[in-house]
Design a binder for this molecule. Structure first.
Ligand code: HEC
Ligand code: HEC
Ligand code: HEC
Ligand code: HEC
Length: 380
């Protein structure tokens, strides 16, 4: 009897030690051979491909009078043919305010006064015009991230007037910022954004609000402490909180982007980390240049506790998969959303210049400004 108990306790302990999640797994290689850069997924956690709504009607051929000639108050889509303009309006209907939405959020009238389609009296139309420019900006200037796959309104909205995953500045739990009593500094508040870990739970404000964002890089180039590298543990914790968001937004673990031998070294990381690097800059640009500028347009009930509008993070598009919508491109349904083109967005000036990312795979010093040799074991 006691042997049986020992045995079963042993079996349970072995399962616990193995961190066991029963069920089938699939393993996909994401990095260099032999480096152990594999993404392991529990088959039951893999999301089913999302159902993409059928087109309202087939895209009409280009040509004929433009929307700017036909209508009175077209500012962004002026040069799009009238036929294609009408098609895009029908698509926007399906993507943002479809027929199955609550009655007050369905159809052309969510943005338009049916008696005067040219009028901008509804705030939703003013927002939608800015969203058109924002989508064009993402597709034309951030192909470093969205490649030729591109995005449409559906990538974020998925048939909702307000996308399911958005963020605004978190409500501060401490009333008096000058006291340490009762001020949790955003910690010990279980929050799904940081995987319920005891990490600062407001990870978006510091990193995703605009170009003047906090520095994500926290690791030192040296083994021992040095005065030229003074980064607080609190800063490092915030950075890790952000990494928890990146992982959960994409439904991956850390080694999808990093080699755990060194989280810092770019030449040991996977190509996905470079894509993510541009993604971070794209999110900042989107929030700062397009959504913040709508602050005075949104009614109070559409804003967060601090009065800022709801903004974009990695989950807004990705929703738990490494390529939004399983990598399916919908841009052929709305070629006007490709935008006018133009120079790719400069990610950043200075030693962290985004253009340097691909080069960094061979020479990480181009990114860090410190010319360290790689791989890591050769480092002093
Ligand atoms: C999500 C908001 C939204 C929805 C839904 C929407 N529209 Fe629009 N509509 C706009 C915006 C924004 C413009 C202006 C585009 C621009 O400035 O380039 C516009 C412009 C128009 C115009 C040009 C009016 C003029 O004279 O200036 C027409 C016509 C139009 N829409 C028809 C429709 C129809 C028909 C539907 C329903 C099938 C529809 N729209 C649904 C946002 C919307
Ligand atoms: C990158 C993600 C993203 C894309 C792409 C996107 N939107 Fe949005 N949209 C948002 C976010 C975030 C908000 C919420 C802002 C808020 O509520 O404060 C929003 C809000 C809106 C609203 C206001 C809804 C309301 O009820 O207040 C409209 C209308 C809208 N978007 C239309 C569009 C249209 C049309 C397109 C495509 C041309 C589009 N959006 C593409 C992220 C996106
Ligand atoms: C989707 C890709 C991706 C995932 C997943 C990811 N990271 Fe990162 N990580 C990045 C990128 C990109 C940077 C650099 C950000 C920058 O420079 O702006 C970074 C930076 C870091 C840094 C700072 C390195 C330095 O130079 O100081 C650490 C530490 C880190 N990540 C840890 C983690 C951990 C731990 C996880 C898992 C919880 C994780 N990362 C998941 C992409 C990722
Ligand atoms: C506006 C929508 C949008 C947002 C927001 C967004 N992404 Fe993406 N991301 C995409 C699209 C579209 C692709 C697919 C590109 C392709 O087909 O290769 C992609 C691809 C990626 C990939 C490459 C996946 C692979 O297997 O090659 C990574 C990594 C990634 N995104 C990370 C991020 C991170 C991290 C964030 C937040 C900082 C983010 N993305 C925010 C749209 C978005």
């Amino acid at each position: 009897m006691s042997r049986l108990v020992t045995l079963s306790v042993g079996a349970v302990a072995a399962l616990a030690i193995a961190g066991c999640e029963p069920g089938a797994k699939v393993s996909t290689q994401t990095g260099f051979r032999g480096a152990g850069l594999n993404q392991i997924n529990d088959v039951s956690n893999i999301k089913a491909a999302v159902a993409i709504p059928a087109e309202a009607y087939p895209l009409p051929p280009d040509g004929g009078p433009t929307a700017g000639q036909t209508y009175q108050n077209v500012q962004v889509l002026r040069n799009v043919s009238t036929e294609r303009f009408n098609h895009l309006m029908a698509q926007m209907n399906l993507w943002v305010v479809p027929a199955n939405a609550p009655a007050e959020q369905a159809g052309c009238n969510y943005c338009h006064n049916p008696a005067n389609m040219a009028s901008d009296e509804k705030y939703t139309k003013v927002v939608a015009r800015r969203m058109l420019q924002m989508t064009q900006n993402i597709n034309s200037r951030w192909s470093s991230h969205v490649k030729q796959t591109g995005v449409t309104c559906y990538t974020c909205h998925r048939g909702n007037a307000v996308p399911a995953a958005v963020w605004a500045r978190a409500d501060n739990t401490s009333a008096d910022p000058d006291t340490i009593r009762g001020n949790k500094r955003g910690q010990n508040t279980p929050d799904p954004n940081v995987g319920y870990a005891s990490l600062p739970s407001d990870v978006f404000g510091p990193y995703f609000a605009g170009q003047a964002a906090d520095e994500i890089r926290v690791a030192s180039a040296r083994a021992l402490p040095s005065p030229d590298h003074a980064v607080s543990i609190k800063t490092a914790e915030a950075s890790y909180g952000l990494m928890m968001h990146l992982s959960s937004a994409l439904g991956v673990n850390c080694t999808y982007c990093h080699n755990s031998q060194s989280f810092r070294a770019w030449n040991l990381s996977t190509a996905q980390r470079a894509t993510a690097y541009y993604g971070i800059r794209m999110v900042r640009d989107t929030n700062q240049s397009y959504i913040e500028s709508l602050t005075s347009v949104f009614p109070a009930y559409r804003k967060g506790p601090h009065g800022d509008p709801y903004k974009v993070n990695c989950t807004t598009c990705h929703q738990g998969v490494s390529k939004p919508l399983g990598g399916v491109s919908m841009i052929a349904q709305a070629p006007a959303l490709r935008g006018p083109g133009g120079a790719p967005a400069p990610a950043e000036a200075g030693p962290n210049a985004g253009a340097a990312v691909p080069a960094a795979f061979n020479q990480p010093g181009t990114l860090t400004g410190r010319n360290e040799p790689a791989p890591i074991p050769g480092r002093q």
